[in-house]
Ligand binder design. Structure first.
Ligand code: BES
Ligand code: ZN
Length: 746
């Protein structure tokens, strides 16, 4: 491509501008799905036997794969990585050659004769390694009351099942997995399916065989093994289990309660019942990432699953619900219906991110999680406003590109776009489309085009055409809004362009924007339209000078820039606006400052206007974030002390209202707001707050129960930030002594 560019110069450079929207993605086709493995041989069923040696950190194993040969072939190609393959048989006899290709992480088995279409059998004996990092099969060390222990876990997604056993490790190759594991005395093993049978092995070991999974992608296989305890439960006929290391079972009660609500909710929403007989969730201590949605056996870093009412914060309570809701959403969106290839990863992650918020909101409306999700949207927009961003759907060729796809664009722009689309199509219509999609593609693979087809069927609207600009092109629009009097009505002029940090974007194709516009202070009178042109106007029956706003309710993935008259009218009614609209105006104003297109003074005036009546955590959290950026930019300059003083005066106003001591039965908003304000004031070096934090820390050291869970993080953080050597040692020994990951992180 690069040579072509050089040869043809400018002419070729212009071409991509025209072809971008012309390449609409096709619906799923097995043969057209990208990947390295040939589509001529497909696995239907694996029988895998693993014997881990937890001391030597090696495994010996065998895989027996039942294959369907679709076209005559002379070789069989599958994935294997860092596996020592000792013996291979194909239909019971030794093949002509077994050739590893480490560069492509594949192995080819040459048969020596033609394999005719139909059933064939491949058997492989191998040895593998058990790592210390969550990649493939790994060992996690942890302590119970000072004694060192170890458990095994797996992390296969995106492409590490091939390190644990040879397999067709691309998501489109769905097969049944039947796993047998040799388990040491005193330990239990958990996998995707219930235990089907057990028989005694040597030296007190047991050989545990799990029931076959339904046809599924290899990245969803799980195996955890160790001295684990289980809390059991049940919902809608599904057996639930939460597994913890010794002594922590009681901390699983909260996640169990959340799981019951969430599974029940999704059974209803998706119109297809949770398809496996059981759902286990495993709390892994130590360094494991966030969580992983293995079908029927979800793994979590224990800080995202375990809740101790005596020490865990409101923030942790909410985070656990959200993460559990995310991973359980994948049991349908991702596991039952799977993206054909990693270029459509957003179908998994964008959808689960949206669903986690929707489900959490339905079950805990007082947490206001949609309002809170604004922070994630801002962070995605922040990346997407840069030239180095990429579209939601992107080409993936290599394993590391598959890993790279797990980013904020995939998760958060994905979530933001689905939210906008749902709000445009309507909640009921959208759900109808999702039910069509689930029913049609259960146990199958899809592309984004399949989702649009189902939503088009449900809505009668051209969803694929609307969505194209949002998922296949980088960036998002800025809509400039101005208004003028037109005979008692108001004519609103709208203009869209790509929102880019720095220089304005060159003109490009407009987005189809599901846009709302109306009085900022009376949202019910809003107009919803699809704004598809570079510019246009709408006539509204509101008096001239009314405080008009776009993106009412903040469900859109675009920004607004307002004429000075409109900005002034908005400022006059700002305290009366819904929190969603207040935070949206504040964030759009700040984004324009960051992009070098807005006046920082005007933004700070908005902040200065927030009085004691501003009680929203999300608003203050936004302000804290933005002031933090300004403060870092001021660092070392002569104006910094004055800026810090000014910022502290602003943040003290809401803290004075709340006070340091949590009130019984107070809202989640107030608990989070207090923690955020104290943390920020402490970080800004407020002498009163630092002194108070030190005093409370001293009391906490004598009697931990004196420090309420929600103040523990702020107090530790402030004391740590302003620590002398002795205090730092105290913090370090606290971290070393605890068995709780939440507390150690703190
Ligand atoms: N499927 C991911 C786990 C994952 C992440 C696998 C990156 C491979 C690479 C899982 O559903 C997930 O998104 N986990 C998040 C937490 C989630 C609640 C946002 C994580 O681990 O950060
Ligand atoms: Zn996910």
């Amino acid at each position: 491509m690069r040579t072509v560019l050089r040869a043809f110069g400018l002419l070729i450079c212009l071409v991509p501008v025209f072809i971008t929207s012309a390449v609409a993605e096709a619906t799923f086709s097995f043969d057209a799905t990208p990947g390295k493995l040939p589509k001529t041989v497909v696995p239907r069923q694996y029988r895998i036997r693993l014997h881990p040696d937890t001391q030597a950190l090696t495994t010996t194993g065998t895989v027996e794969a039942e294959l369907d040969v679709l076209k005559p072939v002379t070789e069989v190609v599958f994935n294997a990585l860092e596996l020592e393959i000792s013996k291979v048989t194909l239909d019971g006899s030794a093949p002509a050659a077994v050739t590893p290709h480490p560069e492509s992480q594949t192995v080819s088995v040459t048969s020596g004769r033609i394999l005719e279409p139909g059933k064939h059998r491949l058997q492989i004996d191998f040895r593998g390694r058990i790592g210390r990092q969550p990649v493939g099969l790994y060992a996690e060390k942890y302590r119970v009351g000072g004694v060192e222990k170890q458990m095994l876990g797996t992390q296969m997604e995106p492409t590490d099942a091939r390190r644990v056993f040879p397999c067709w490790d691309e998501p489109v190759f769905r097969a049944k997995f039947g796993l047998t594991v040799v388990v040491p005395r005193g330990e239990v093993a958990v996998s995707n399916m219930p235990v089907e049978s057990e028989r005694p092995g040597t030296e007190g070991r047991r050989e545990v065989t799990f029931a076959d999974t339904p046809p599924m992608a290899s990245y969803l296989v799980v195996l955890c093994m160790g001295e684990l305890e289980q809390l059991t439960g049940e919902v809608d006929g599904v057996k639930l289990g939460i597994w913890t290391t010794a002594g922590k079972r009681s901390q699983a009660a909260y996640a169990m309660e959340a799981t019951r609500k969430i599974v029940h909710d999704y059974n209803e929403y998706f119109g297809v019942k949770y398809p496996l007989p059981k759902l286990d969730q495993i709390a892994v201590p130590g360094g494991f990432g966030g969580a992983m949605e293995n079908w029927g056996g979800i793994t979590y870093n224990e800080k995202n699953l375990l809740f101790d009412p005596a020490t865990s914060s409101q923030e942790t309570r909410e985070r656990i619900f959200i993460i559990v809701a995310h991973e359980i959403a994948h049991q349908w969106f991702g596991n039952l219906v799977t993206m054909a290839w990693w270029d459509n990863l957003w179908l998994n992650e964008g959808f689960a991110s949206w669903m986690e918020t929707k489900c959490t909101d339905r079950n805990n409306p007082e947490w206001q999680v949609w309002l809170r999700a604004n922070a994630g949207k801002e962070s995605a927009m922040n990346l997407d406003a840069r030239r180095a961003t990429h579209p939601i759907q992107q080409t993936v060729r290599t394993e590391s590109q598959a890993m790279d796809a797990f980013d904020e664009i995939t998760y958060l722009k994905g979530q933001g776009f689905i939210r906008m689309l749902e709000s445009y199509l309507g909640e009921e219509v959208f759900r109808k489309g999702i039910r069509i999609y689930m029913a049609r593609h259960a146990y199958g693979s899809t592309t984004t085009a399949d989702l649009w087809a189902a939503l088009e069927e449900a809505s009668g609207k051209p969803v694929a055409a609307i969505a194209g600009g949002w998922t296949t092109r980088p960036g998002f629009p800025l809509v400039t809004v101005s208004s003028r009097d037109s005979g008692g009505r108001t004519e609103v002029t709208l203009r869209q362009e790509r929102f880019l940090v720095g220089n304005p974007a060159p003109p490009g194709e407009p987005w189809q924007i599901p846009l709302s516009v109306g009085r900022a202070d009376r949202a019910p009178e809003a107009r919803a339209l699809l704004f598809e042109k570079a510019s246009g106007s709408v006539s509204l029956s509101v008096p001239p000078g009314a405080p008009l706003k776009i993106n009412l309710g903040n469900a859109g993935f675009y920004r607004g820039a307002y004429s000075p008259e409109l900005a002034k009218a908005q400022a006059a009614v700002f305290p009366n606006l819904a929190a969603e609209d207040r935070v949206n105006l504040l964030c759009d104003a700040w984004a324009l400052v960051e992009a070098g297109r807005g006046d920082v003074g005007a933004f700070l005036d908005l902040v200065a206007a927030l009085g004691p009546e501003e009680t929203s955590f999300v608003i203050w959290d936004t302000v804290i974030h933005d002031l933090g950026i300004l403060n870092r930019m001021e660092k070392g300059k002569s104006g910094q002390p004055a800026f810090e003083r000014w910022a502290r005066e602003r943040l003290k106003v809401p803290l004075q209202r709340l006070g340091w001591t949590p009130k019984p039965g107070e809202s989640s908003n107030d608990a989070l707001l207090r923690a955020a304000l104290i943390t920020s004031l402490g970080t800004l070096g407020d002498p009163g707050v630092v002194a108070e934090a030190r005093e409370r820390f001293a009391r906490f050291l004598k009697d931990p129960s004196t420090l309420p869970p929600d103040l523990r993080t702020p107090v530790c953080l402030i004391v740590g930030r302003h620590a002398d050597a002795a205090t730092w040692e105290q913090l370090r020994s606290l971290a070393r002594a605890t068995d709780s990951t939440e507390e150690r992180d703190r």
